[in-house]
Design a protein around this ligand. Structure first.
Ligand code: GDD
Length: 427
Protein backbone atom coordinates (compact mmCIF):
# COMPACT_ATOMS: atom_id res chain seq x y z
CA UNK A 1 0.00 0.00 0.00
CA UNK A 2 1.18 3.49 -0.85
CA UNK A 3 0.24 6.95 0.39
CA UNK A 4 0.85 10.47 -0.80
CA UNK A 5 1.50 13.73 1.03
CA UNK A 6 0.91 17.08 -0.66
CA UNK A 7 2.59 20.06 1.00
CA UNK A 8 0.64 23.26 0.52
CA UNK A 9 2.11 25.74 3.02
CA UNK A 10 -0.22 28.44 4.28
CA UNK A 11 -1.55 31.95 3.73
CA UNK A 12 1.86 33.57 4.36
CA UNK A 13 3.35 31.60 1.46
CA UNK A 14 2.63 32.30 -2.20
CA UNK A 15 3.06 36.07 -1.94
CA UNK A 16 4.25 36.33 -5.55
CA UNK A 17 0.90 34.89 -6.57
CA UNK A 18 -1.06 37.87 -5.30
CA UNK A 19 -3.61 39.25 -6.05
CA UNK A 20 -4.81 35.88 -7.36
CA UNK A 21 -4.40 34.29 -3.93
CA UNK A 22 -6.32 37.03 -2.12
CA UNK A 23 -9.74 35.44 -2.59
CA UNK A 24 -8.73 31.79 -2.93
CA UNK A 25 -5.83 29.86 -1.34
CA UNK A 26 -3.12 29.48 -3.97
CA UNK A 27 -3.27 25.63 -4.00
CA UNK A 28 -6.94 25.94 -5.03
CA UNK A 29 -6.38 28.36 -7.90
CA UNK A 30 -7.97 26.73 -10.98
CA UNK A 31 -5.92 25.62 -13.95
CA UNK A 32 -7.93 24.00 -16.74
CA UNK A 33 -10.92 24.38 -14.43
CA UNK A 34 -9.34 22.34 -11.63
CA UNK A 35 -7.58 23.54 -8.49
CA UNK A 36 -3.78 23.29 -8.80
CA UNK A 37 -3.55 20.43 -6.30
CA UNK A 38 -6.37 18.49 -7.93
CA UNK A 39 -3.86 17.75 -10.70
CA UNK A 40 -1.59 16.26 -8.02
CA UNK A 41 -4.49 14.24 -6.63
CA UNK A 42 -5.40 12.95 -10.11
CA UNK A 43 -1.84 11.75 -10.65
CA UNK A 44 -1.82 10.00 -7.26
CA UNK A 45 -5.19 8.32 -7.78
CA UNK A 46 -3.97 7.03 -11.15
CA UNK A 47 -1.71 4.73 -9.12
CA UNK A 48 -3.99 2.05 -7.80
CA UNK A 49 -1.82 1.26 -4.79
CA UNK A 50 -2.19 4.78 -3.41
CA UNK A 51 -4.83 4.39 -0.72
CA UNK A 52 -4.68 7.71 1.08
CA UNK A 53 -3.70 11.29 0.25
CA UNK A 54 -2.79 13.63 3.09
CA UNK A 55 -2.71 17.33 2.34
CA UNK A 56 -0.57 19.13 4.91
CA UNK A 57 -0.56 22.87 5.39
CA UNK A 58 -1.48 25.66 7.74
CA UNK A 59 -4.47 27.19 5.96
CA UNK A 60 -7.56 27.32 8.20
CA UNK A 61 -9.51 24.08 7.67
CA UNK A 62 -12.62 26.08 6.67
CA UNK A 63 -10.77 27.15 3.50
CA UNK A 64 -10.04 23.56 2.54
CA UNK A 65 -13.06 21.57 3.75
CA UNK A 66 -15.27 22.10 0.71
CA UNK A 67 -12.49 21.10 -1.66
CA UNK A 68 -11.59 18.04 0.42
CA UNK A 69 -15.16 16.73 0.46
CA UNK A 70 -15.45 17.32 -3.32
CA UNK A 71 -12.24 15.35 -3.86
CA UNK A 72 -13.37 12.51 -1.58
CA UNK A 73 -16.59 12.16 -3.56
CA UNK A 74 -14.89 12.42 -6.92
CA UNK A 75 -12.02 10.01 -6.41
CA UNK A 76 -13.48 7.70 -3.78
CA UNK A 77 -10.26 7.34 -1.85
CA UNK A 78 -9.33 8.68 1.53
CA UNK A 79 -8.22 12.33 1.19
CA UNK A 80 -7.64 14.37 4.33
CA UNK A 81 -6.42 17.84 5.20
CA UNK A 82 -4.09 18.01 8.19
CA UNK A 83 -3.54 21.49 9.58
CA UNK A 84 -0.24 22.45 11.14
CA UNK A 85 -0.74 24.77 14.14
CA UNK A 86 1.99 26.99 12.68
CA UNK A 87 4.47 26.81 9.80
CA UNK A 88 6.54 23.73 10.56
CA UNK A 89 8.62 23.75 7.39
CA UNK A 90 8.70 21.26 4.59
CA UNK A 91 9.43 18.30 6.93
CA UNK A 92 8.13 19.48 10.32
CA UNK A 93 4.50 18.94 9.32
CA UNK A 94 5.20 15.44 8.08
CA UNK A 95 6.97 14.62 11.33
CA UNK A 96 4.12 16.11 13.36
CA UNK A 97 1.61 13.94 11.49
CA UNK A 98 3.90 10.90 11.25
CA UNK A 99 1.36 8.57 12.88
CA UNK A 100 -1.23 9.42 10.23
CA UNK A 101 1.33 8.84 7.47
CA UNK A 102 2.51 5.54 8.97
CA UNK A 103 -1.02 4.26 9.74
CA UNK A 104 -1.74 1.12 7.72
CA UNK A 105 1.99 0.54 7.26
CA UNK A 106 2.50 1.90 3.72
CA UNK A 107 5.51 0.44 1.93
CA UNK A 108 6.38 3.95 0.74
CA UNK A 109 4.80 7.37 0.38
CA UNK A 110 5.04 10.12 -2.21
CA UNK A 111 5.69 13.71 -1.25
CA UNK A 112 4.61 16.39 -3.71
CA UNK A 113 5.17 20.11 -3.32
CA UNK A 114 1.81 21.74 -3.92
CA UNK A 115 3.32 24.54 -6.00
CA UNK A 116 4.72 22.53 -8.88
CA UNK A 117 3.00 21.30 -12.00
CA UNK A 118 4.01 18.40 -14.20
CA UNK A 119 3.00 15.27 -15.95
CA UNK A 120 3.96 13.61 -12.63
CA UNK A 121 5.87 10.38 -13.39
CA UNK A 122 4.85 8.72 -10.12
CA UNK A 123 4.80 5.15 -11.41
CA UNK A 124 8.23 5.56 -12.96
CA UNK A 125 9.59 7.17 -9.80
CA UNK A 126 8.23 4.38 -7.64
CA UNK A 127 9.70 1.64 -9.86
CA UNK A 128 13.01 3.46 -9.88
CA UNK A 129 12.96 3.72 -6.09
CA UNK A 130 12.07 0.06 -5.56
CA UNK A 131 14.80 -1.08 -7.93
CA UNK A 132 17.47 0.84 -5.94
CA UNK A 133 17.37 -1.88 -3.26
CA UNK A 134 16.48 -1.97 0.44
CA UNK A 135 18.85 0.84 1.44
CA UNK A 136 17.06 3.43 -0.68
CA UNK A 137 15.34 5.88 1.65
CA UNK A 138 14.33 8.70 -0.69
CA UNK A 139 14.18 9.10 -4.46
CA UNK A 140 13.82 12.56 -5.94
CA UNK A 141 12.30 13.51 -9.28
CA UNK A 142 14.94 15.63 -10.98
CA UNK A 143 15.23 17.62 -14.16
CA UNK A 144 17.89 19.77 -15.77
CA UNK A 145 17.96 23.55 -15.58
CA UNK A 146 20.28 26.17 -17.04
CA UNK A 147 23.39 27.03 -15.04
CA UNK A 148 21.95 30.36 -13.94
CA UNK A 149 18.47 29.09 -13.12
CA UNK A 150 19.72 26.08 -11.16
CA UNK A 151 20.70 28.47 -8.33
CA UNK A 152 16.99 28.95 -7.50
CA UNK A 153 16.45 25.25 -6.81
CA UNK A 154 17.86 22.37 -4.81
CA UNK A 155 20.87 21.15 -6.83
CA UNK A 156 22.11 17.60 -6.89
CA UNK A 157 25.27 15.94 -8.05
CA UNK A 158 24.33 12.47 -9.09
CA UNK A 159 25.86 9.35 -10.49
CA UNK A 160 24.10 9.10 -13.85
CA UNK A 161 24.36 5.29 -13.93
CA UNK A 162 23.04 4.43 -10.48
CA UNK A 163 21.08 7.60 -9.69
CA UNK A 164 22.86 7.91 -6.33
CA UNK A 165 22.97 11.51 -5.11
CA UNK A 166 26.48 12.27 -3.94
CA UNK A 167 26.00 15.90 -3.05
CA UNK A 168 22.95 18.09 -2.43
CA UNK A 169 22.88 21.87 -1.97
CA UNK A 170 19.66 23.80 -1.52
CA UNK A 171 19.63 26.99 -3.63
CA UNK A 172 23.43 27.33 -3.83
CA UNK A 173 25.02 30.74 -4.22
CA UNK A 174 27.25 29.51 -7.04
CA UNK A 175 26.87 26.77 -9.61
CA UNK A 176 26.88 23.21 -8.25
CA UNK A 177 25.03 21.09 -10.79
CA UNK A 178 22.43 21.47 -13.48
CA UNK A 179 20.25 18.67 -12.07
CA UNK A 180 17.60 20.17 -9.83
CA UNK A 181 15.11 18.90 -7.30
CA UNK A 182 11.55 19.00 -8.69
CA UNK A 183 9.89 18.84 -5.25
CA UNK A 184 8.45 15.37 -5.94
CA UNK A 185 9.74 12.40 -3.95
CA UNK A 186 9.02 8.86 -2.97
CA UNK A 187 10.35 7.65 0.35
CA UNK A 188 9.98 4.95 2.95
CA UNK A 189 8.72 5.48 6.49
CA UNK A 190 12.28 4.78 7.72
CA UNK A 191 12.81 8.50 7.20
CA UNK A 192 10.88 9.23 10.42
CA UNK A 193 13.61 8.06 12.85
CA UNK A 194 15.94 10.50 11.11
CA UNK A 195 13.38 13.28 11.55
CA UNK A 196 12.98 12.25 15.21
CA UNK A 197 16.71 12.73 15.82
CA UNK A 198 16.53 16.21 14.30
CA UNK A 199 13.38 17.05 16.24
CA UNK A 200 14.82 15.92 19.58
CA UNK A 201 18.14 17.69 19.07
CA UNK A 202 16.15 20.91 18.62
CA UNK A 203 14.21 20.31 21.81
CA UNK A 204 17.50 20.01 23.71
CA UNK A 205 18.58 23.40 22.39
CA UNK A 206 15.31 24.83 23.63
CA UNK A 207 15.88 27.89 25.82
CA UNK A 208 12.55 29.39 26.74
CA UNK A 209 9.70 29.97 24.36
CA UNK A 210 11.69 31.56 21.59
CA UNK A 211 14.65 29.85 19.98
CA UNK A 212 15.71 33.13 18.37
CA UNK A 213 14.79 32.18 14.80
CA UNK A 214 11.12 33.07 15.15
CA UNK A 215 10.34 29.53 14.05
CA UNK A 216 8.62 26.84 16.06
CA UNK A 217 10.81 24.21 17.76
CA UNK A 218 9.17 21.62 15.53
CA UNK A 219 10.24 23.41 12.34
CA UNK A 220 12.25 21.02 10.13
CA UNK A 221 13.50 21.75 6.63
CA UNK A 222 13.31 18.72 4.42
CA UNK A 223 15.90 19.97 1.97
CA UNK A 224 18.59 21.23 4.34
CA UNK A 225 18.11 18.88 7.28
CA UNK A 226 17.19 15.62 5.57
CA UNK A 227 18.32 15.65 1.93
CA UNK A 228 21.66 17.42 2.45
CA UNK A 229 23.01 15.01 5.12
CA UNK A 230 21.65 11.97 3.26
CA UNK A 231 23.59 12.83 0.09
CA UNK A 232 26.67 10.65 -0.25
CA UNK A 233 25.34 7.94 2.09
CA UNK A 234 23.96 5.75 -0.69
CA UNK A 235 20.40 6.20 0.61
CA UNK A 236 19.40 9.17 -1.53
CA UNK A 237 18.64 8.73 -5.22
CA UNK A 238 17.37 10.89 -8.05
CA UNK A 239 15.56 10.03 -11.24
CA UNK A 240 16.24 12.57 -14.01
CA UNK A 241 13.20 13.09 -16.22
CA UNK A 242 12.81 15.08 -19.39
CA UNK A 243 9.03 15.57 -19.31
CA UNK A 244 7.54 18.99 -18.77
CA UNK A 245 7.77 20.34 -15.20
CA UNK A 246 7.49 23.82 -13.73
CA UNK A 247 7.01 25.65 -10.46
CA UNK A 248 3.90 27.77 -9.97
CA UNK A 249 5.20 30.78 -8.13
CA UNK A 250 3.93 33.77 -10.10
CA UNK A 251 0.71 34.45 -11.95
CA UNK A 252 2.74 34.19 -15.18
CA UNK A 253 3.59 30.61 -14.31
CA UNK A 254 -0.14 29.87 -13.99
CA UNK A 255 -0.59 30.76 -17.67
CA UNK A 256 2.35 28.52 -18.53
CA UNK A 257 0.94 25.67 -16.41
CA UNK A 258 -2.46 26.18 -18.04
CA UNK A 259 -0.94 25.64 -21.48
CA UNK A 260 0.82 22.45 -20.43
CA UNK A 261 -2.09 20.94 -18.52
CA UNK A 262 -4.31 21.66 -21.54
CA UNK A 263 -1.83 19.80 -23.76
CA UNK A 264 -1.75 16.94 -21.27
CA UNK A 265 -5.55 16.78 -21.23
CA UNK A 266 -5.58 16.76 -25.02
CA UNK A 267 -3.48 13.61 -24.88
CA UNK A 268 -5.14 11.91 -21.92
CA UNK A 269 -8.78 13.06 -21.80
CA UNK A 270 -9.68 15.14 -24.86
CA UNK A 271 -13.37 14.86 -23.98
CA UNK A 272 -12.81 17.48 -21.23
CA UNK A 273 -11.70 20.11 -23.75
CA UNK A 274 -13.67 22.22 -26.20
CA UNK A 275 -13.08 21.65 -29.88
CA UNK A 276 -14.71 22.68 -33.11
CA UNK A 277 -16.55 19.39 -33.59
CA UNK A 278 -17.79 19.08 -30.08
CA UNK A 279 -17.99 22.86 -29.57
CA UNK A 280 -18.14 22.45 -25.79
CA UNK A 281 -19.03 19.91 -23.21
CA UNK A 282 -22.60 21.21 -22.81
CA UNK A 283 -23.12 21.53 -26.53
CA UNK A 284 -24.68 24.99 -26.29
CA UNK A 285 -21.57 26.87 -27.42
CA UNK A 286 -20.67 27.21 -31.05
CA UNK A 287 -17.80 29.69 -31.01
CA UNK A 288 -14.59 29.20 -32.99
CA UNK A 289 -12.02 27.34 -30.95
CA UNK A 290 -8.29 27.12 -31.60
CA UNK A 291 -7.12 24.23 -29.42
CA UNK A 292 -6.33 23.80 -26.66
CA UNK A 293 -9.29 25.33 -24.87
CA UNK A 294 -11.27 24.44 -21.78
CA UNK A 295 -14.74 25.93 -21.43
CA UNK A 296 -16.75 25.08 -18.33
CA UNK A 297 -20.15 23.64 -19.28
CA UNK A 298 -21.94 26.45 -17.44
CA UNK A 299 -20.12 29.24 -19.32
CA UNK A 300 -21.96 31.07 -22.05
CA UNK A 301 -19.82 31.88 -25.08
CA UNK A 302 -21.23 33.79 -28.06
CA UNK A 303 -20.94 31.96 -31.41
CA UNK A 304 -18.97 34.88 -32.86
CA UNK A 305 -16.25 34.71 -30.21
CA UNK A 306 -12.85 33.25 -31.13
CA UNK A 307 -11.16 31.41 -28.27
CA UNK A 308 -7.70 29.88 -28.07
CA UNK A 309 -5.13 28.61 -28.10
CA UNK A 310 -4.40 27.90 -24.45
CA UNK A 311 -7.43 29.37 -22.78
CA UNK A 312 -9.44 28.18 -19.77
CA UNK A 313 -12.86 29.66 -19.15
CA UNK A 314 -14.42 29.03 -15.74
CA UNK A 315 -17.94 28.31 -14.51
CA UNK A 316 -20.67 30.86 -15.17
CA UNK A 317 -18.58 33.14 -17.42
CA UNK A 318 -20.20 35.17 -20.17
CA UNK A 319 -18.19 35.83 -23.31
CA UNK A 320 -19.71 38.28 -25.80
CA UNK A 321 -19.84 38.50 -29.59
CA UNK A 322 -16.58 39.15 -31.42
CA UNK A 323 -14.46 38.58 -28.31
CA UNK A 324 -10.94 37.24 -28.93
CA UNK A 325 -9.13 35.43 -26.10
CA UNK A 326 -5.68 33.83 -26.29
CA UNK A 327 -3.23 32.42 -23.73
CA UNK A 328 -5.42 33.44 -20.81
CA UNK A 329 -7.44 32.22 -17.85
CA UNK A 330 -10.91 33.61 -17.28
CA UNK A 331 -12.06 32.80 -13.76
CA UNK A 332 -15.60 31.92 -12.66
CA UNK A 333 -18.47 34.31 -13.38
CA UNK A 334 -16.35 36.85 -15.26
CA UNK A 335 -18.00 38.77 -18.08
CA UNK A 336 -16.10 39.76 -21.22
CA UNK A 337 -18.25 42.08 -23.27
CA UNK A 338 -18.49 42.25 -27.06
CA UNK A 339 -15.42 42.73 -29.26
CA UNK A 340 -12.93 42.79 -26.41
CA UNK A 341 -9.45 41.33 -26.78
CA UNK A 342 -7.80 39.40 -23.94
CA UNK A 343 -4.20 38.24 -24.40
CA UNK A 344 -1.75 36.76 -21.86
CA UNK A 345 -3.99 37.74 -18.98
CA UNK A 346 -5.92 36.38 -16.02
CA UNK A 347 -9.37 37.84 -15.45
CA UNK A 348 -10.55 37.48 -11.85
CA UNK A 349 -13.72 35.93 -10.52
CA UNK A 350 -16.79 38.06 -11.16
CA UNK A 351 -14.89 40.81 -13.00
CA UNK A 352 -16.51 42.64 -15.90
CA UNK A 353 -14.56 43.88 -18.92
CA UNK A 354 -16.43 46.37 -21.08
CA UNK A 355 -16.95 46.17 -24.84
CA UNK A 356 -14.14 47.00 -27.29
CA UNK A 357 -11.55 46.92 -24.48
CA UNK A 358 -8.05 45.46 -24.77
CA UNK A 359 -6.48 43.55 -21.87
CA UNK A 360 -2.97 42.43 -22.68
CA UNK A 361 0.06 41.15 -20.83
CA UNK A 362 3.58 39.99 -21.70
CA UNK A 363 4.34 36.29 -21.42
CA UNK A 364 7.25 35.19 -19.28
CA UNK A 365 7.85 31.83 -20.89
CA UNK A 366 11.14 29.95 -20.71
CA UNK A 367 13.61 30.96 -23.40
CA UNK A 368 13.04 28.38 -26.19
CA UNK A 369 16.60 28.90 -27.44
CA UNK A 370 18.17 27.75 -24.18
CA UNK A 371 18.14 24.01 -23.58
CA UNK A 372 16.53 23.07 -20.25
CA UNK A 373 15.38 26.64 -19.60
CA UNK A 374 12.69 27.00 -16.95
CA UNK A 375 10.40 29.94 -16.30
CA UNK A 376 12.09 32.91 -14.71
CA UNK A 377 9.88 33.76 -11.77
CA UNK A 378 10.85 37.42 -11.88
CA UNK A 379 10.00 39.70 -8.96
CA UNK A 380 7.29 42.30 -9.57
CA UNK A 381 9.79 45.15 -9.79
CA UNK A 382 13.16 45.34 -11.52
CA UNK A 383 16.27 46.95 -10.02
CA UNK A 384 15.17 50.47 -11.16
CA UNK A 385 11.98 50.04 -9.15
CA UNK A 386 9.89 49.70 -12.31
CA UNK A 387 7.31 47.00 -12.87
CA UNK A 388 8.70 44.06 -14.84
CA UNK A 389 6.50 43.47 -17.90
CA UNK A 390 4.40 40.42 -17.15
CA UNK A 391 0.97 39.06 -17.72
CA UNK A 392 -1.95 41.33 -16.88
CA UNK A 393 -3.90 40.25 -13.83
CA UNK A 394 -7.32 41.53 -12.93
CA UNK A 395 -8.32 40.64 -9.35
CA UNK A 396 -11.82 39.54 -8.43
CA UNK A 397 -14.89 41.76 -8.97
CA UNK A 398 -13.08 44.48 -10.94
CA UNK A 399 -14.85 46.60 -13.55
CA UNK A 400 -12.96 47.66 -16.67
CA UNK A 401 -14.95 50.21 -18.69
CA UNK A 402 -15.58 49.87 -22.41
CA UNK A 403 -12.92 50.92 -24.93
CA UNK A 404 -10.05 51.07 -22.40
CA UNK A 405 -6.61 49.45 -22.66
CA UNK A 406 -4.96 47.57 -19.83
CA UNK A 407 -1.38 46.63 -20.61
CA UNK A 408 1.08 44.71 -18.36
CA UNK A 409 -0.85 45.79 -15.31
CA UNK A 410 -2.07 44.29 -12.06
CA UNK A 411 -5.42 45.35 -10.69
CA UNK A 412 -6.31 44.55 -7.10
CA UNK A 413 -9.78 43.21 -6.28
CA UNK A 414 -12.96 45.31 -6.25
CA UNK A 415 -11.62 48.24 -8.31
CA UNK A 416 -13.68 50.25 -10.73
CA UNK A 417 -11.29 51.56 -13.36
CA UNK A 418 -12.10 54.72 -15.24
CA UNK A 419 -9.18 55.01 -17.68
CA UNK A 420 -6.51 52.99 -19.48
CA UNK A 421 -3.41 51.76 -17.63
CA UNK A 422 0.00 50.64 -18.82
CA UNK A 423 2.68 49.00 -16.61
CA UNK A 424 0.92 49.89 -13.39
CA UNK A 425 -0.29 48.24 -10.22
CA UNK A 426 -3.71 49.58 -9.42
CA UNK A 427 -4.09 49.41 -5.64
N1 GDD B 1 2.80 22.09 5.17
C1 GDD B 1 3.76 22.97 4.91
N2 GDD B 1 4.14 23.15 3.65
C2 GDD B 1 5.13 24.04 3.44
C3 GDD B 1 5.75 24.77 4.46
N3 GDD B 1 6.71 25.56 3.91
C4 GDD B 1 6.66 25.33 2.59
N4 GDD B 1 5.70 24.41 2.29
C5 GDD B 1 5.32 23.91 0.97
O1 GDD B 1 6.41 23.19 0.47
C6 GDD B 1 6.60 23.47 -0.92
C7 GDD B 1 8.01 24.04 -1.20
O2 GDD B 1 8.24 25.07 -0.32
P1 GDD B 1 9.04 26.41 -0.60
O3 GDD B 1 9.50 26.89 0.72
O4 GDD B 1 8.18 27.32 -1.40
O5 GDD B 1 10.30 25.94 -1.40
P2 GDD B 1 10.71 26.25 -2.92
O6 GDD B 1 11.36 27.56 -2.99
O7 GDD B 1 9.55 25.99 -3.80
O8 GDD B 1 11.81 25.12 -3.17
C8 GDD B 1 11.46 23.77 -3.06
O9 GDD B 1 10.90 23.31 -4.27
C9 GDD B 1 11.80 23.36 -5.42
C10 GDD B 1 11.05 22.77 -6.59
O10 GDD B 1 9.91 23.51 -6.86
C11 GDD B 1 13.08 22.57 -5.16
O11 GDD B 1 13.99 22.71 -6.23
C12 GDD B 1 13.73 23.05 -3.89
O12 GDD B 1 14.82 22.21 -3.60
C13 GDD B 1 12.75 22.99 -2.73
O13 GDD B 1 12.38 21.68 -2.45
C14 GDD B 1 5.49 24.42 -1.32
O14 GDD B 1 4.46 23.68 -1.90
C15 GDD B 1 5.06 25.04 -0.02
O15 GDD B 1 3.70 25.39 -0.04
C16 GDD B 1 5.31 24.57 5.80
O16 GDD B 1 5.77 25.18 6.76
N5 GDD B 1 4.33 23.64 5.96
Amino acid sequence: MLKAVILIGGPQKGTRFRPLSLDVPKPLFPIVGRPIIQHHIESCTAMKDVKEILIIGYYPPAQMSHFISDMQNLYEINIRYLQEFTALGTAGGMYHFRDQIRAGNPSAFFILNGDVCADFPLQELYHFHKSRGPDALISIMSTEATKQQSLHYGCLVLDKHTGVVNHYVEKPSSFVASFINCGVYVCTTDVFPMMATIFHSKQQDFAGFNNGSGKDQGHIQWEQEILTPLAGTGKLFALPVTKWWSQIKTAGSAIYANRHYLALYRATRPECLANNDLKSMNGSVSCTVYPDVFIHPSASVHPDAIIGPNVSIGAGCTIGAGVRIRESIILDNAVINDHTLVLHSIIGRGSVVGAWARVEGTPSDPDPNKPFAKMDNLPLFNSDGRLNPSITIIGCCVTVPAEKILLNSIVLPHKELNRSFKNEIIL
